[in-house]
Ligand binder design. Structure first.
Ligand code: SF4
Length: 136
């Protein structure tokens, strides 16, 4: 009998609440998780850091993609320290620069103006998911 393993990727968003890029990060990750339910799971960063066994076990056994709102790279550093090096580490400022988009200015209550940035970041995360799945 053929053994078909369904590979999933853990998406770890930083939990930035203090800067608009943190909000953008969470919304874009949410969009990818909603659009790719069979291939992605979310890993709650605060729970992960607090010692959530399920989160740490998953991240230790499956590939992870971290997405951070600024160059402090909280999600990437925590993932590497607690469960192993992420397969890919994405940064919101780098994605915005690459896509020629201005950083959002609102801390929350994103509207249509910010939608382009959310969509662009979600596309980059989805591309990273595809690359990770192709590697496995
Ligand atoms: S990476 Fe930056 S925005 Fe995200 S939680 Fe850390 S300090 Fe906040």
């Amino acid at each position: 009998m053929m053994d078909i393993q369904v590979m999933k990727v853990g998406v770890v968003s930083c939990s930035g609440e203090e800067i608009p890029e943190g909000t953008l990060c969470r919304l874009a990750c949410r969009k990818v998780l909603d659009e790719r339910p069979g291939e992605t799971v979310t890993i709650c960063l605060p729970l992960f850091i607090a010692g959530g066994e399920e989160e740490r076990t998953f991240a230790a056994n499956y590939p992870t993609i971290t997405v951070d709102g600024c160059d402090k790279l909280c999600a990437a550093k925590a993932t590497e320290m607690l469960s192993g090096k992420p397969s890919k580490s994405l940064s919101i400022p780098e994605i915005l620069k690459k896509r020629g988009l201005a950083p959002p200015t609102k801390l929350r209550h994103f509207g249509t103006e910010e939608e382009a940035a959310v969509k662009a970041v979600a596309e980059e995360i989805a591309r990273a998911v595809d690359e990770v799945l192709e590697e496995d």
